[in-house]
Design a protein around this ligand. Structure first.
Ligand code: ZN
Ligand code: ZN
Length: 350
């Protein structure tokens, strides 16, 4: 937690408070559903409730306070007892209601809003975190392979999605990292379609976007298939997206900005006249959360660093026709990047 203390010194606060569960887990190892962490120059205290008395002692390696009733009350009484004058809180994580409550309880303390302190630390993963993400990615790919073994044309999108989720759980995932996307036919043009009762018919596109959570860490992969025969238009869309994805992977290395990588993807798609159909960013960081910093978008000035884990997921979506997206989870290395996702990505006809 020391780097965080340095960081909170930079924001001129005597202490830092987070109640965001992924940040709590990152800082202390505690995985419960109700917690806050207070960090000062000399101490770190985890606050949780009596349900987690045993679990918190097993998981966290800092001081623990078990509070009956609202955590904010206990946190405030500790802050007051320590006679702290300034307390940094997370602007993007604390609700307005909680902020008002803290203000009420901490009349003599100046609350200082800070953004993304822990999230910035979380961008670069440790070797252990990368190993866990690798395991999550591998499990996710095995789950897809097993689920596709049960696929036949005419199967409903919801049924294939359920098969995918079931396989993930059997393989040992904590859960899915997000609601599995299975879309077919023209519905693939919806980048975040919810699986429907629509049957997956022959000669249609099939888009699957899925991720597992394993030991707390997310994986994320999209594959687009053709059921039956692929027409010329679809083949060209697929080639464009694959070319743009491979271009990004070839360029990705420490020192280049997220914006530059995003631009490279758009340039390849422009060569096909398809850049206007790419309506989201190129990718995102992932770890304890499915979407983390950095966001690989047009305006993101963050430079890649070795140890970052991100997705690369260009896609093109044409209303009435369909969409193609190809997404891998990758880790930035000293000289480039390593694609963790083992699933092949040439156009597969099911
Ligand atoms: Zn995805
Ligand atoms: Zn993604």
């Amino acid at each position: 937690m020391l780097p965080l203390l340095n960081a909170s010194n930079e924001v001129k606060a005597e202490a830092f408070l987070t109640a965001a569960l992924p940040n709590v887990r990152y800082l202390t190892g505690f995985t419960g559903s109700n917690a806050a962490v207070l960090i000062t120059a000399t101490r770190a205290i985890l606050f949780t409730d009596p349900r987690y008395k045993t679990q918190s002692a097993q998981e966290a390696d800092c001081d623990i306070q078990i509070a009956k009733g609202p955590l904010a009350k206990r946190v405030s009484s500790v802050v007051n007892r320590m006679r702290l004058r300034t307390l940094a809180f997370e602007l993007n994580r604390l609700s307005f209601e909680d902020h008002e409550q803290l203000k009420e309880l901490l009349k003599n303390v100046t609350l200082i809003g800070v953004g993304g302190l822990v999230e910035t630390l979380r961008m670069v993963k440790s070797a252990d975190e990368i190993a866990t993400i690798r395991a999550s990615v591998n499990l996710n790919s095995v789950a897809l392979e097993q689920a596709l073994g049960h696929f036949k044309p005419g199967m409903a999108e919801v049924d294939l999605a359920a098969e995918i989720d079931y396989r993930m759980r059997l393989l040992g995932a904590d859960s899915t990292a997000f609601d599995t996307i299975v879309a077919s036919g023209p519905r693939t043009a919806l980048p975040h379609a919810h699986p429907s009762a629509h049957p997956i018919e022959a000669n249609e596109l099939l888009l699957i976007d899925m991720g597992a959570t394993v030991a707390g860490y997310a994986s994320d992969m999209t594959r687009t298939y053709v059921v039956g025969k692929a027409g010329t238009k679809i083949r060209r869309m697929y080639k464009a997206v694959l070319d743009s994805q491979l271009a990004a992977l070839a360029l990705l290395k420490p020192g280049i900005t997220c914006a530059k990588l995003d631009r490279a993807v758009r340039n390849v798609l422009r060569g096909y006249g398809l850049d206007k159909l790419f309506v989201h960013s190129t990718g995102h960081g992932l770890g304890l959360e499915i979407h983390e910093r950095p966001r690989i978008g047009r305006k993101e000035a963050v430079k890649f660093e070795a140890g970052m884990t991100v997705t690369i997921e260009p896609g093109v979506y044409e209303e009435g026709v369909g969409g193609v997206r190809i997404e891998d989870t990758v880790v930035v290395t000293e000289r480039g990047c390593e694609v963790l996702t083992p699933t092949k990505k040439d156009l597969v006809v099911l």
